[in-house]
Design a protein around this ligand. Structure first.
Ligand SMILES: NCC(=O)N[C@@H](Cc1c[nH]cn1)C(=O)O
Ligand SMILES: [Zn+2]
Ligand SMILES: [Zn+2]
Length: 477
């Protein structure tokens, strides 16, 4: 007779079409948290998950994170969905976190298909916004619960869910809820597991123990009372966009060096011990080129590339609100422009200090222009970096599960992206937090044509379920 975990794995393999259907329904809800026009869709996505969880017998509660001040307009924040499956004191309790919002996506950004219609291509890639980040993984957990219900199998652990709808926009309101609920809803949690990142490359699974933080800035330059004709006013007034570009061009060099004085002062040096952790990782420059779609690498070695992704800060310029960007040749001088950039931060950089350094530098650079326009800078959201102990039994459980499902030992990785709530869980609950990714490094999260390979989705479901069995078996030190 098969063991429960083998029975589950077999069932997951056979039920892939139903899992893809569930993902199709989720992708069809354009739950873009960053655009107020889609806020009701984020709520609809929350309802979708509540219904799915209730149908599986979960006891579901919600918490209201309050109201967002969106440039002066109050916008309700989508609910934090808390769901409990099992309260057996003899079992361990695993808290699963995920997010049900997505990054914006427009067909005209360069998508080959409608971003909110899940399409499977000839390479069995499931293409659609949120397929990998983070709807596929969130549904992965739900599929694990469903498989156990259908098979009449008890889950080997108690499961708690914490699902939010604002992760892509700074997780507003979630921290307060986590700290308030630490000794209430989250009281019995033994370990936390998050599937919201990616394998390093395309072939080998990994478990992840570190993330960079992120501090996001808006740099606003204002001048005329309205947009102006460049033929009439060009070279006769200070142009906001010219000022903005002058300041933004002083933030970072084309080779990625941040020019803000003091920014590298608190970056921890890479120890000799740590250097060695880069030696056996399954990642090649070719995989980087494939994921990017071109050979535009700054660094020539895998080690340098990964250290700049995981261990050193970076500054990226994201866009300019108020700029003319449509096709055509409009001869306009935009009246108000907002340049957006973010800094990915690493141990021991501090968000408060980063903001002070940025404000000081940007103000000095603007003053040098001698412009009569006005400039303001604000940090719109900041989340800290996070590093966990990869020797904890939670990581051993995850590693064993990877070996069982994939037949290989996972790479131990850090990640360049940010999930600030990871640190909040670690600090508030004082429990180990694990990142257990489902998708591949070339999934194109946040990009056009985001995908999740069918095989990653299905093996990912098997992995999440198997991990729960390994947690149940683990002997905490
Ligand atoms: N999958 C995690 C992720 O994509 N996180 C975002 C978080 C973020 C921060 N500000 C806006 N989004 C990331 O960009 O790393
Ligand atoms: Zn995500
Ligand atoms: Zn994301």
């Amino acid at each position: 007779m098969s063991s429960p975990v083998d029975t589950f794995i077999e069932y997951a393999e056979k039920n892939q079409e139903a899992y893809i259907d569930r993902l199709r329904k989720a992708v069809a809800i354009p739950s873009v948290s960053g655009d107020p026009a889609y806020r009701k869709e984020v709520f609809r996505m929350g309802e979708f998950l509540i219904d799915e969880l209730k149908a599986l017998g979960a006891s579901v509660e919600t918490r209201d994170p309050g109201v967002q001040d969106f440039h002066g307009t109050p916008l309700p924040l989508p609910p934090i969905v808390l769901a409990t499956i099992g309260t057996d004191p003899a079992k361990k309790t695993v808290l699963v976190y995920g997010h049900y919002d997505v990054q914006p996506a427009l067909k005209e950004d360069g998508w080959n298909t409608d971003p909110f219609e899940l399409v499977e291509d000839e390479k069995h890639r499931l293409i659609g916004r949120g397929s990998s980040d983070d709807k596929g993984p969130v549904l992965g957990w739900i599929n694990v619960v469903e498989a156990h219900k259908e098979l009449g199998l008890e889950l080997p652990v108690n499961l708690k869910f914490c699902l939010e709808g604002m992760e892509e926009s700074g997780s507003e309101g979630l921290d307060d809820i986590i700290f308030n609920e630490a000794d209430k809803y989250f009281k019995d949690v033994d370990v936390v597991s998050i599937s919201d990142n990616y394998w390093l490359g395309t072939t080998k699974p990994c478990v992840t123990y570190g993330l960079r933080g992120v501090s996001y800035f808006h740099l606003t330059v204002k001048g005329p009372k309205a947009d102006l004709h460049s033929g009439v006013f060009g070279a006769t007034i200070h142009e906001p966009m010219t000022d903005l570009f002058a300041v933004m061009s002083k933030l970072v060099t084309p080779k990625g060096k941040i020019l803000i004085p003091g920014i590298y002062d608190n970056v921890l040096a890479v120890s000799a011990e740590e250097e060695k952790t880069y030696d056996d990782l399954s990642f090649t420059m070719q995989e980087l080129h494939d994921a990017v779609g071109n050979e535009i690498n700054i660094h020539d070695s895998v080690k340098d590339t990964l250290q700049h992704r995981w261990r050193f800060p970076s500054l990226s310029l994201h866009g300019v609100e108020g700029a003319f960007y449509n096709p055509g040749d409009k001869t306009v001088i935009p009246a108000r422009v907002v340049g957006k950039f973010s800094i990915r931060t690493v141990p021991d950089m501090e968000p408060k200090q980063i903001t002070e350094l940025v404000e000081k530098y940007v103000n000095e650079e603007f003053a040098k222009l001698g412009s009569k326009n006005t400039m303001s800078i604000s940090c719109t959201h900041a989340g800290n970096h996070w590093v966990a102990s990869p020797n904890h039994w939670n990581y051993v459980a995850a590693s064993n599960a990877v070996e069982k499902v994939f037949g290989v030992k996972p790479d131990l990785t850090r990640e360049g992206g940010s999930i600030p709530v990871t640190l909040s869980f670690q600090d508030a609950l004082k429990k180990n937090v694990l990142l257990l990714p489902m998708g591949r490094g070339d999934d194109g999260a946040h990009s056009t044509n985001e995908k999740l390979d069918r095989s990653n989705y299905v093996s990912g479901i098997k992995l999440l379920g198997t991990y729960l069995y390994e947690v149940a078996e683990a002997k905490p030190e």
